[in-house]
Design a protein. Structure first.
Length: 734
């Protein structure tokens, strides 16, 4: 087996430790091994009720509560003898060994001979630090490097106290377990996995690295699954430890309906960084005309890497590529609907930084068109903070350059720079002032920008220059009051911002400010747009308040509410944003957390005219006794670009512990706007000190071209300290 196999590497840990305790008396040729196993001092501390030496027989005998300590190992026995003539060491009666990891081994008798290279341990029993147990009828050590455990048994389970119960829930039995220290391998012969004393799995022979080996090539545990789309499936991973700095995992997945899916992972560390890649490929046996499944070859390439060039410079990459839109989701490789590949370099020194990026996007939805998807290279960002104060505040400079191309549609080149200044002051009366100012200038070179006034036409290629000065001041007055039990903080906030009302022009394509959302997080932002293609202009005022309450037991709650006002309407913003008119929508947030185990959050946006809900988002996460639950509801009106229609969704999930061992769980997600289910799952589980079993049913209602709805039953079994196995099966498809 490979080094990523069973976590419990051996049934021989205690036996190895026992023999290692005495190996310090071996001859000089074993010195390197002794130095690795024992402290440099070489002292063995012994304590016993009685110590005798028979000069004629040349036998040393320690009796009565014998205790030998060597480094962090301690050997206890009723009687220990050492025969100088034969070189035999013998420990009898209640033999036990405590090792540095907290494991404890018990034996009836221990005998070592041949300069302590060989030996026998009778009736070995071991209690490991994780409370698991193992035992064997005898341990034989020969040749100084070969240790054999006969009739070995291992289990992490306690014996149930119920009458008549004598077997653990599960255990592993092996007729013989051999540890070859020279090859650093552990070999199992005639091994059984038993449940309630009944053999279930039989493995005639397998081997794996011993605990001293961190990585070694070999097969990893296989996995079985089934689905309507792919049929019966089996994965048989092979781990390849190429060298200390690199490895690979080859994971062929054999399917009954679509042939073989080849998967491979490669990892490598360098002196200055590391890379990781995951590649998949398949030649499907069935093809669906008119869908992405009509291709002869389907595959993907995912990868990432990061390298530190020196103290200041670093560079990295991320690749996310697929041959077609539905491949990743159909084969269960990823649920992503957008893939982003990126190459970047970064310079950072104190508060100053520079980044250079290139982006390639791949949309996987049916509405995505590769010809209109942009490619960005390069996009440069520079930030500089002046080290000295200016007018009692901090000054900075930032610059941005971007080139965006696409096969069909708008193309733009941009250079943007901003000089900024800000200052914070607090008066004796507790007023907090934040003064800020900025001057920004942009130059755009654009081609093929669609003209919304004349659908089907575009503006002429042109160069556009624009500038925007901004001045602002923010005032807040945090008030703190304590009544002996709770602490209250009330903070009214008012913000005034002035910039010329130049608005935004449709001649500049909006590429980086599409995800605009007016909410409680950006009410007091100088510019609420996330990118540079759009900017917020005009004279405006933002007002609101924050309120927080804290209790001694760790409970807390906070609320925020506010509104924005403008001198003039902003026609460049859609009415759905809630910011177009002179008075904006109301935005707010309420968070209540009476304990660390219960958190409720409500976020909203209300129309300022009719108080209609434009955004409603509720989430509740909590744990109370045996119940852990998560509830959520979200409603969003259409966004400003009309890319998304109104969305409304609800979900609920819970895990309930019925008693110490049994639990039930479930989750539902509903698309309320379209009156359909998104996904459902529920199940039951059992967990004790040695096993975790979960049986679940899941149903996905997702459909996209060659992907159909699917239902599945999943059984997952985890034998603690060993590993897990799972099996799944599809039980229907619409």
């Amino acid at each position: 087996m490979g080094s990523r196999g069973f976590r419990r590497g051996t049934l021989l840990a205690a036996a190895i430790a026992l023999t290692a305790l005495f190996s310090h008396t071996a001859d000089a040729q074993d010195a390197p091994a002794r130095q690795a196993a024992f402290p440099e001092s070489g002292e063995v501390l012994m304590q016993a009720d009685e110590l005798t030496y028979d000069r004629e027989a040349r036998v040393v005998t320690a009796t009565g509560n014998v205790e030998l300590a060597y480094g962090e190992r301690v050997l206890l026995a009723d009687r220990v003898t050492y025969d100088e003539k034969t070189g035999v060491v013998k420990a009898d009666g209640n033999v036990s060994l405590l090792d540095p990891q907290g494991d404890v081994a018990f034996a009836d008798q221990l005998v070592l001979r041949n300069e302590m290279r060989d030996g026998v341990i009778d009736t070995l029993r071991v209690l490991l630090s994780d409370n698991s147990r193992m035992a064997g009828s005898s341990v034989v050590r020969s040749g100084g490097n070969m240790t054999t455990l006969h009739r070995g048994v291992y289990s992490a389970c306690d014996i149930c106290e119920e009458k008549g119960q004598t077997k653990p829930l599960w255990q592993i039995k092996a007729f013989r377990v051999i540890h070859n220290q020279e090859e650093k391998r552990i070999i199992y012969e005639d091994a059984f996995i038993e449940f309630f004393g009944v053999p279930v799995f039989y493995i005639p022979y397998f081997s794996q690295p011993d605990p001293t080996v961190k990585r070694q090539s070999g097969l990893l545990p296989p996995s079985l699954s089934s689905s309507t789309e792919l049929g019966q499936q089996v994965e048989i991973p092979y781990y390849w430890a190429i060298s200390p700095d690199k490895d690979a995992t080859i994971i062929p997945r054999f399917t009954t309906k679509e042939g073989t899916v080849y998967q491979g992972e490669y990892r490598q560390r360098f002196e200055s960084g590391e890379i990781e890649t995951f590649v998949t490929a398949t030649w499907p046996e069935t093809r669906t005309p008119g869908t992405p499944a009509d291709d002869n070859f389907r595959g993907s390439l995912f990868g990432s890497g990061r390298f530190q060039v020196d103290e200041y410079w670093s560079w990295g990459f991320r690749s996310e590529l697929a041959t077609d839109d539905t491949y990743l989701r159909k084969y269960g490789l990823s649920d992503a609907t957008d893939l982003v590949s990126n190459l970047n370099a970064t310079y950072s020194e104190g508060r100053n930084s520079f980044t250079a990026d290139a982006y390639y996007f791949q949309g996987l939805l049916a509405t995505d068109n590769a010809d209109t998807t942009p490619f960005v290279a390069p996009i440069l960002q520079y930030n500089y903070s002046y080290p000295e104060q200016i007018l009692g505040g901090r000054a900075g400079f930032s610059a941005n350059a971007m080139v965006l191309e696409r096969k069909i549609g708008a193309k733009s080149r941009r250079i943007s720079s901003t000089i900024s200044w800000d200052r914070h002051d607090t008066t004796r009366d507790g007023f907090v002032f934040h003064f800020f100012a900025s001057l920004r200038g942009d130059v755009y070179s654009v081609d093929d920008v669609p003209n919304p006034a004349l659908p089907g036409t575009s503006f002429d290629s042109q160069t556009i220059a624009r500038g925007l000065p901004t001045l602002g001041v923010e005032w807040s007055y945090p008030l703190i009051r304590s009544d002996g039990w709770t602490r209250h903080v009330v903070e009214p906030i008012a913000q005034l911002i002035y910039s010329p009302n130049v608005g935004n022009t449709t001649e500049i394509p909006n590429e980086d400010s599409l995800s605009f959302e007016f909410d409680d997080t950006n009410l007091f932002s100088e510019d609420r747009f996330t990118g540079l293609d759009q900017w917020e202009t005009g004279a405006r005022a933002n007002v609101g308040f924050r309120y927080s309450i804290f209790t001694p037991n760790g409970g807390q709650a906070n609320a925020m509410f506010g509104q924005s006002f403008r001198v003039d309407d902003n026609p460049s913003l859609a009415a759905s944003t809630g910011l177009r008119d002179e008075s904006s929508d109301y935005v707010g947030r309420i968070m209540v957390s009476p304990t660390k185990d219960l958190v409720a959050v409500y976020r909203f946006r209300l129309d300022d005219d009719r108080y209609r809900i434009r955004r409603n988002e509720v989430s509740l996460t909590g744990r109370e006794g045996p119940v852990m639950a998560e509830l959520g509801y979200a409603y969003f009106a259409a966004d400003q670009t009309q890319t998304f229609q109104p969305r409304e969704e609800a979900y609920a999930g819970s895990v309930v512990k019925l008693n110490e061992y049994w639990r039930v769980f479930g989750q539902v997600r509903q698309d309320i706007a379209n009156s359909r289910s998104v996904s459902n799952r529920f199940g039951i589980g059992y967990e004790d000190e040695c096993i975790d079993v979960a049986l679940g049913f899941s149903r996905s209602f997702y459909q996209d071209r060659d992907i159909d709805t699917d239902s599945a039953v999943v059984l997952r079994i985890t034998l603690k300290t060993l590993g897990s196995a799972s099996a799944s099966g599809s039980v229907g498809s619409d």
